[in-house]
Design a protein around this ligand. Structure first.
Ligand SMILES: NC(=O)c1ccc[n+]([C@@H]2O[C@H](COP(=O)([O-])OP(=O)(O)OC[C@H]3O[C@@H](n4cnc5c(N)ncnc54)[C@H](O)[C@@H]3O)[C@@H](O)[C@H]2O)c1
Length: 334
């Protein structure tokens, strides 16, 4: 459902699977659906522009919701009510109320509802998580990350009130939860649209989260930062009580831990972050889709299930609310 830009990544992952059949492709624009079927070789798939009619006509086990943030709630709940498991593109919903309604519908239907968080399935993030879990830098106290890019998308993002926080930051905030294994308690935020920005809404934001276990997480982001770009996975620094580690979002890690505890500035030594050991068989979108399919078949819960992912979404909507009101916002009871 939804055959625009990102659907190509999903269909390319599905083309490599022999255990799943794509029975239908739906888009408001029938032409988009037909084009995708042709591009990715799904010639047997039914093509349509009406989800309900497609659900009745093809009776699928699962629906992939690749529509826009503002249509996820309607599309995903329609599919759930028709007895389908759903894997939905991020961000789950435009509002927390809609997200809660989606979870309630999934619960009532007894179906799996999960969200695409492809960053959780990339080698670098898995390597960093394993390194942090090893305790090499001790207890993590502080997390900093920079997301500074300048994409000229055109399309729906250019018109959103909070393109960076609502459409993109969900990836980053979910990464922060995944890596630190902590959840957000409160957030202070400032968002703005820098002069010269090509977005209608706020393309830049700074947010500081108080996380569980006394961790502080500091986010600086912009979609209107020309030059010296970070990666899409962000540039990260984790500070622990024994040392620090940085990751450029690609393959570059640096870590140092205290070697000798005496003097004004303690001596440190470099530590290696093992990278190769972390490479999974399926990465990115294919990894998240693969886990969803495996879990549906085995009756297990995928790590990106909606009931957990709503905690990442609360960081998004908490940051937007904090930026709008100028005060600290509670992320837990949002
Ligand atoms: N996980 C990622 O890395 C990643 C990357 C890009 C986009 N996305 C997400 O994917 C979603 C889609 O983004 P995109 O870049 O493909 O957008 P897009 O505008 O290129 O495509 C959206 C498609 O959905 C169709 N559509 C919209 N409303 C619909 C509805 N109610 N019913 C049926 N079809 C409908 C549109 O006609 C269009 O073809 C967004 O939520 C976006 O945030 C995720």
């Amino acid at each position: 459902m939804g055959c625009g830009g990102i659907s190509g990544v999903w269909l390319s992952a599905m083309r490599d699977r022999k255990d799943v059949e794509i029975v239908g492709l739906v888009d408001l624009s029938r032409e988009n659906a037909a084009k995708r079927a042709e591009e990715y070789g799904f010639s047997k798939a039914a093509i349509g522009s009406d989800l309900e009619a497609m659900l009745v006509g093809t009776g699928p086990d699962a629906v992939f919701d690749c529509t826009l943030p503002q249509t996820h709630a309607t599309v995903s709940t329609t599919a759930l009510r028709h007895g389908c498991h759903v894997l939905c593109e991020k961000p789950m919903a435009e509002t927390m109320a809609n997200a809660r309604a989606m979870l309630a519908t999934a619960h009532d239907a007894g179906k799996t509802f999960a969200v695409m968080q492809n960053r959780r399935y990339i080698p670098g993030i898995l390597a960093l998580r394993r390194f942090l879990d090893s305790g090499a830098i001790g207890r993590v106290t502080t997390v900093h990350c920079d997301f500074l890019l300048a994409p000229h998308f055109g399309g729906f993002r250019d018109q959103m009130q909070h393109p960076l926080l609502l459409d993109m930051a969900i990836h980053t905030f979910d990464q922060a939860r995944f890596l630190s294994r902590q959840d957000a308690l409160t957030v202070l935020a400032h968002s703005w649209n820098p002069p010269g920005s090509w977005y209608a809404g706020d393309a830049s934001a700074i947010a500081v989260f108080e996380m569980t276990n006394q961790v502080v997480y500091n986010y600086r982001g912009s979609w209107a930062a020309e030059g010296l770009n970070t990666s899409w996975e962000c540039a990260w620094r984790f500070i622990g009580d024994q040392g620090s580690v940085t990751w450029d979002g690609g393959v570059a890690f640096k870590a140092q831990v205290v070697a000798e505890r005496n003097g004004f500035i303690y001596k440190t030594r470099d530590v290696e972050v093992a990278f190769d050991a972390a490479v999974p068989a399926l990465t990115g979108h294919a990894g998240c889709i693969g886990e969803f399919i495996d879990c549906v078949r085995a009756g297990r819960t995928p790590q990106t299930e909606g009931a957990d992912n709503i905690k990442s979404l609360a960081m998004v909507h908490g940051a937007i609310a904090a930026a709008q009101c100028g005060h600290r916002v509670d992320c837990v009871n949002l």
